[in-house]
Ligand binder design. Sequence first.
Ligand SMILES: [Mn+2]
Length: 394
Amino acid sequence: MTDKIDKIIEYICLSGTNSTAQEYTNSQTYSPSILTSCESSYNTTNTNPNNNILSEENIYEICQYIQDLLIQEPNIAHIDTPVTICGDIHGQLHDLLNLFSISSGTNNSAFDDQDETNPVTVTTNNSNGTTTTTTTPINSTRTTSIPNFSQSLLNTRYIFLGDFVDRGFYSLETFLLLICLKIRYPDRIILVRGNHETRQITKVYGFYDECIRKYGNCNVWRYCCEVFDYLPLGCSINDGTIFCLHGGLSPDVKNLNEIRCIDRKQEVPHMGAMCDLLWSDPDELVNSWSVSPRGAGYLFGKNEVDEFRYLNNIDLIARAHQLVMEGYKEMFNKGLVTVWSAPNYCYRCGNVASVLTIDNNMNKTYKIFDAVPIKDNRGNSIIPNKKPSMDYFL
Ligand SMILES: [Mn+2]
């Protein structure tokens, strides 16, 4: 199994770092012939042309395997520092690979052959108020190195706060990479469920269509949705003074123990505690639970955050779920932070992204990064035509 997982990780990273991804990154229309070549790219691998590495069978096997792992995790998972908290990814595989190299401080960047006119710049905001900016050195020789995950995950643990899929064009690869890393390094990575990790939402916002486009049927989508039901609803760090979740608070949850009692292994309900944790948003302007414009979850303000922090002995609530143009936003006297990790969201928002690193002394450092630039038809901002050009007479 380990061997197979490593091969899949390698395959996905290569598809994000060299031209094997070209078939579906090329901004050509999705004519049936392109569809065929998309599919054929899934039926071959760089290492063994006879081994269909991202086959439905292999994906089924991984999805079954990780369910056994996730079922052992409580609703509120736990992880120790040093840890890197990551927000929404939304299928932006190339930016996710970049996130790993930036956050772990490994030089083994997946993109160390950046366009010389557009190098990757990382700005670091430390909690003591200082800011440092580093620019990835330009390497003139072309390399297609795979991120050194064993080194990355040795340097820091990771919490991903959900919304792995939808919007971007690499939801399947993004989710598979994350669950493969979870299988390989189970104690060093926590995957928390977001409001997009559901059957209903993925049918509307891209993941379902992506699976149909790449496989011609919805089997791999179904396998992944089974995994969604097992993801934990939150994560605590060290002694529990930092609590992480995707959306926000719920009027039905005063105490963390009420989250621990939820039967989470189900599609996200339309209302109630589990729904709110994945859907709610903080708002400076409300002073009690208010209707959310999203149609699910609540808006909550400083009063709700202060009460929840006091009752549960929490210093910081770290959550994702909302686009922040600056990558992160601290609210309510730094009692809550929104972390957003999808740069140039939807390939057009122009925002930067961030991750929040907590060191062993509970110091906070925000690393801010931009979208991976396009080069030679690589990079996730090359958008395939959203509307397939269909021949109605076929
Ligand atoms: Mn969300």
